[in-house]
Design a protein around this ligand. Structure first.
Ligand code: ATP
Length: 459
């Protein structure tokens, strides 16, 4: 039985596990890798898909008031003029004039000085080599490309730096076709691109990433109340999926941190190994976006109440999360090491609904009819949930592999199975083994999958 469990996670351990077990690889590795770009392998795809599916479930499936959208990544360039991204989507960059010539985000350097009790307005030096730093230069974060055969000014388009604008420019379509009236929301999941100067911390900050964003359109007077509502709803989403509440916080932005369009913003932050960092921002954006797009497009973007004739521009509450950052937080929070009967094991204590594989079916021996019966059980279970048939190595080795990818249940086919059609069912966290009839297995696992769950790290 478990004898020890403590918070032992580091980012290096997560990166190593991701590579070892095929969750996430460096992009273009055989060419030496492309910096800060990652490819999701089999288990990574399954895990991130589950994260996104849980977001869709909470945002659309279990609600009446939110509808889905999948807008194109390439949009009319005027969109980015209206949104302010062409003008203002820049970071202040300084370059080391000393030995190392590295580039740094000036605001990050000042934050680091302040965090260590220093004067954030004092002259900065290069943190790498101590060299002098250049004057800050604004660095544009949007990736540009060209559309069509001729590369000229008129052909420039941008890879979207956020999915939100795709929602705003479709507002009119949804007013006409979705038969929704405020309060209602439009939800979208998709890739975004930012030419980040200092990508870091594995998949936490990359140049290509996936966002899960929802724009909630409300009558202007109701905006403050919906802002409160979404802060709580989004915080609860993480804890219901197993994140420890003491590793999660809501941090309201100070007035000088707010974007020009936002009257209030709070970040959901997770306590990563590198410290508290943003998973999601929840912003009260007022009527900025719809007003801007109405001005730039010449279209009326407002709600008209057909009964009363009242018209107004809805205000917008936006919960904007990152699928990759969230996936990383779930892995970090789930990572555990323990000694079981004198042997070390690494285990990902993921919520069963997030786990890439729900059940592994394993023949005890590679003979005596075990593999054939195990294969039948596996084929029966995989119609209901993601299952894996695992024959490689000793049973202990197979359990260890499944523990590392977070598989909550293991089913072993043994001598007794051949006699009475029962199997052992092992629980990843408690390590309890129970005997259960094959006929009851699928229903029992489905029941467990949908039961309320709490991480054993809290026990
Ligand atoms: P940060 O301050 O960390 O750069 P942000 O405040 O600019 O993030 P938003 O524009 O609010 O981020 O985007 C919403 C969410 O998208 C973020 O909370 C984050 O989860 C995700 N996100 C933003 N930039 C990146 C990135 N470079 N890599 C991975 N995820 C990102």
């Amino acid at each position: 039985m478990a004898t020890e469990a403590h918070d032992v996670v580091t980012m290096e351990k997560i990166v190593a596990l991701c590579k070892r077990r095929g969750f996430i690889f460096q992009s273009s590795e055989i060419y030496g890798g492309l910096a800060s770009t990652y490819d999701y392998g089999h288990y990574g795809v399954l895990l991130k898909t589950n994260v996104k599916n849980e977001w869709w479930r909470a945002m659309v499936q279990e609600r009446d008031d939110i509808v889905a959208l999948d807008a194109a990544i390439l949009m009319h360039p005027r969109v980015w003029e209206a949104s302010g991204h062409l003008e203002g989507f820049t970071d202040p960059l300084v370059q080391c004039l000393g030995k190392c010539k590295r580039r740094w985000r000036e605001d990050h350097l000042r934050e680091a000085v302040e965090a260590e009790g220093g004067d954030p307005n004092a002259e900065l030096r290069c943190p790498e080599c101590g060299g002098e730093l250049s004057e800050p230069r604004n660095f544009h974060l949007m990736f540009e490309t060209n559309m069509g055969p001729v590369k000229d000014e008129g052909s420039t388009v941008y890879l979207r730096p956020e999915t939100a604008q795709g929602i705003f420019v479709n507002f009119k379509n949804y007013m006409q076709f979705a038969r929704k009236k405020p309060p209602f929301g439009i939800a979208q999941v998709g890739k975004s691109f930012r030419n980040e100067i200092t990508p870091a911390n594995f998949i936490f900050r990359t140049r290509e990433f996936e966002q899960m964003e929802m724009e909630y359109f409300v009558p202007p007077d109701d905006a403050p109340q919906w802002y409160e509502y979404w802060q709580k709803a989004r915080f609860d989403w993480y804890t219901e999926l197993g994140i420890r509440p003491d590793h999660l916080q809501l941090r309201p932005h100070d007035a000088d941190e707010l974007s020009h369009y936002s009257s209030a913003t709070s970040d959901v932050e997770y306590l990563f190994p590198m410290g508290w960092s943003e998973l999601e921002g929840i912003a009260n954006r007022g009527d900025f976006d719809l007003t801007q797009h109405a001005k730039f497009s010449g279209e009326k973007l407002e709600y008209v109440d057909s009964a009363t004739g009242d018209r107004y521009v809805p205000h917008v509450i936006e919960p904007a999360a990152g699928a990759d950052r969230t996936t990383l937080a779930f892995m970090v929070d789930a990572y555990d090491e323990e000694t079981v009967e004198g042997r070390e094991r690494v285990v990902l204590r993921l919520h069963p609904r997030l786990a890439p594989v729900k059940v592994a079916v394993m023949p005890l021996l590679n003979k005596d009819g075990h593999p054939e019966r195990a294969r039948q059980v596996y084929e029966m279970l995989r119609t209901r949930m993601n299952a894996e048939y695992d024959t490689g190595g000793s049973i202990g080795k197979r359990y260890r592999r499944q523990d590392e990818i977070g598989t909550p249940w293991g089913v072993t086919i043994d001598h007794q199975t051949i006699e009475d059609d029962t199997v052992t069912l092992r629980d990843r966290d408690s390590l309890d083994q129970t005997r259960i009839a094959i006929g009851e297995l699928a229903d029992e696992l489905t029941r467990r999958l949908h039961a309320p769950w709490q991480t054993p790290k809290l026990a």
